[in-house]
Design a protein around this ligand. Structure first.
Ligand SMILES: *Cc1c(COP(=O)(O)O)cnc(C)c1O
Length: 456
């Protein structure tokens, strides 16, 4: 019964027991009807284990389920943005099946703050005096404006009033905070004078929004936070920046375009910076607010903070992810998002060769044209919109089955494989595919060819 034991390790007990019961009934029934000869013990066990494997695959049947992202878009908002790793899961598990000191100060034995757990580490990484985390960056922006500019005016460049995914416009989110946006300049150009001319009695803050999901090209100018710093001191106004992606390390060192870091913004004198946890940071979905302690303390008392508060599992995940940033090399190695963004072309090529070899071992592969091609991946998630990352992809097409039919089959299979279709070929970009996903990909391609062939 070794094999059953092995299956029990990989598959939930209920699935195993249920399958054994059902399958044994089927076998008995078939033998009774004379459809099946009496079976040897080994044969029955083999039948059972095959069925259990199949059922456990089919247990990917929750509505929200894993998919394989073969698109090469690393921060794919529709496919869940950043991935976490096993170490993060271990910490989430530990924090969720046990009680924790979520809001308990162990030293004093009295009530503590759920935000205290990550304040020190954020301070260590960014140098910020204070920090607060909420559900996502949209909530962070709303909380900041509601605390610092309710019923007052906030001056922002017209070129920075952006729409983020799902047709949410940042200006609409901002207005809900109760702050009044005063947009200055023109779409392509805003000057320091424009900001200054708009400052009045009712001005509460200056706001910069990082146009993280698009660029205005050509005849353009915008005012850097550093220049705004002079203005804010002259009029004694706080400067707020919505950075969007929130990178904590200089990605230029790793061959990518420079994306302003959180530390850059704080260094330029920005008082409050907000950014997402699940974009370039590579963590769970949160909005992180960092900056001057006096503002952060006010935000903590805003009732919206209670409405936007993050779950303990999210805090556990974020603390693990942030701990990697103490040593930059660690962050690049252990955070899946950063690892996928910085993987070398040589490594991508090796992955492509390995996966191609496994696909070509299939008997059915004779009906497919399988080629390793140079291609481009995207960062995604509204980050670094102009950056194209050279990558290696496996392209597949067939004279027997249409590319469209293959795409649909893969997308609707038990573990959906989301590919890119370009010029009538399917592309599997190795940047977002893990080695441990090869087996599922190969098996699904095998199924695909057999199933589509039967339909011809
Ligand atoms: C992505 C983004 C947001 C929204 O962040 P979420 O964490 O998805 O809520 C807000 N502002 C900018 C500039 C962004 O890029």
């Amino acid at each position: 019964m070794e094999i059953i034991k092995e299956l029990l390790e990989k598959t939930p007990r209920n699935t195993v027991l249920e399958t054994i019961r059902e399958e044994l009934d089927d076998i008995r029934e078939s033998i009774k009807k004379g459809e099946l000869d009496e079976q040897s013990f080994e044969k029955v066990i083999n039948l059972l284990s095959e069925k259990i494997y199949k059922n456990s695959m089919e247990k990917n049947s929750y509505n929200l389920k894993r998919v394989i992202n073969a698109t090469g878009v690393v921060l794919h908002t529709n496919l869940g943005r950043s991935l976490l790793n096993e170490e993060v899961l271990e910490n989430i598990k530990n924090t969720s099946i046990n009680y924790s000191n979520l809001e308990f100060d162990i030293d004093s034995g009295t009530r503590g703050s759920r935000y205290a757990h990550i304040e020190d580490i954020i301070k260590k990484i960014t140098g910020a005096e204070g920090s607060l985390i909420v559900n996502n960056n949209a909530a962070a922006v709303m909380l900041v404006l509601s605390t610092m500019a309710k019923d007052k005016e906030v001056i922002v460049s017209r070129g920075e009033l952006i729409e983020i995914g799902g047709s949410f416009r940042i200006p609409d989110v901002m207005e809900r905070s109760g702050a009044k946006l005063v947009d200055v300049g023109a779409t392509n150009k805003t000057h320091l004078d424009d900001y200054e001319a708009a400052i009045g009695e009712n001005t509460a803050a200056l706001l910069k929004v990082h146009t993280s999901n698009y660029r205005i090209m050509g005849f353009t100018s915008s005012v850097d936070s550093k220049e705004l710093n002079g203005l804010k001191e002259k009029y004694n106004l706080p400067l707020i920046e919505d950075l969007g992606s929130g990178v904590l390390i200089d990605l230029e060192k790793y061959g990518m375009e420079h994306e302003p870091t959180v530390q850059d913004s704080l260094g330029k004198g920005v008082d409050i910076v907000t950014f997402s946890g699940d974009k370039l940071l590579g963590g769970p979905q949160v909005g992180i607010i960092v900056g001057k302690k006096e503002y952060i303390e006010k935000m903590k008392k805003n009732p919206l903070t209670r409405a936007f508060r993050v779950d303990k599992l999210v805090i556990a995940a974020l603390e693990t992810i942030l701990s990697y940033y103490i040593d930059e090399e660690d962050a690049i190695k252990k955070i899946p998002t950063l690892r996928m963004l910085t993987i070398s072309l040589a490594e991508l090529n090796k992955k492509a060769v390995d996966l191609e070899r496994e696909i070509k071992l299939l008997e059915v592969s004779s009906s497919l044209n399988i080629v390793i091609e140079d291609s481009m991946s995207e960062v995604g998630g509204g980050s670094l919109p102009l950056v194209e990352l050279p990558t290696k992809a496996i392209s597949i097409n067939s004279t027997k089955f249409s590319t469209q039919k293959m795409e649909v089959f893969l997308r609707k299979s038990n573990i959906p494989i989301i590919t890119r279709v370009y010029k009538d070929k399917l592309y599997f970009d190795l940047r977002t595919i893990r080695e441990d996903e090869y087996k599922v990909i190969v098996e699904t391609i095998n199924n695909m060819c057999k199933t589509l062939k039967e339909r011809i």
